[in-house]
Ligand binder design. Structure first.
Ligand code: 4NP
Length: 153
């Protein structure tokens, strides 16, 4: 069985693309690529059709992770049935998802819920903070926690 994971942020150019590509990379490192399908989307649609933010691309590259083949897109109603987990970056993303799909805490939750030891309640948005490395650290820890939750590590 393959687990289908959708990461969601506001713009789908910074945080959720980073999470998508980091999870894919970590899954490959653990030899479980065939067990994970991952994608990302934004609640706003403001950057539909664009590539990732340059800061996201540079951060992934710095960590030896591919950023090839990305196109920004908006969350759509079919996503609820298409994915097993829909993982938000902050409370606004979560509220927007719950407006669309209802409250499903086992399926729709924040990435930071998987890493309570981090002390973070949200993944900071580098569009505003400029700190792509802080976002990377959390996204990476969250990805590894997700693989563990799915018994893939
Ligand atoms: P993201 O960051 O939600 O992590 O992709 C943002 C990207 C763009 C904007 C806001 C946040 N924006 O206002 O266009």
């Amino acid at each position: 069985m393959s687990h289908k994971i959708l990461f969601v942020c506001l713009g789908n150019i910074c945080r959720s693309p980073m999470a998508e590509y980091v999870l894919r990379h970590r899954a490959a490192e653990h030899g479980v690529s065939h067990r994970i399908q991952t994608d990302s989307a934004g609640t706003s649609g403001w950057h539909d059709g664009e590539n990732m933010h340059e800061g996201t691309r540079k951060t992934l590259a710095r960590h030896g992770i591919s950023h090839a083949g990305f196109t920004s897109s908006k969350v759509k109603s079919a996503d609820f049935d298409a994915f097993d987990y829909i993982i938000a970056m902050d409370d606004n993303n979560l509220a927007d998802l719950e407006k669309l799909f209802g409250r499903h805490p086992e399926k729709i939750f924040k990435l930071t819920d998987l890493i309570p030891e981090s002390g973070y309640k949200l993944v900071p948005d580098p569009w505003y903070t400029g700190d792509f490395e802080e976002t990377f650290r959390l996204v990476d820890a969250g990805s590894l926690a997700l693989l563990k939750k799915l018994s893939l590590t």
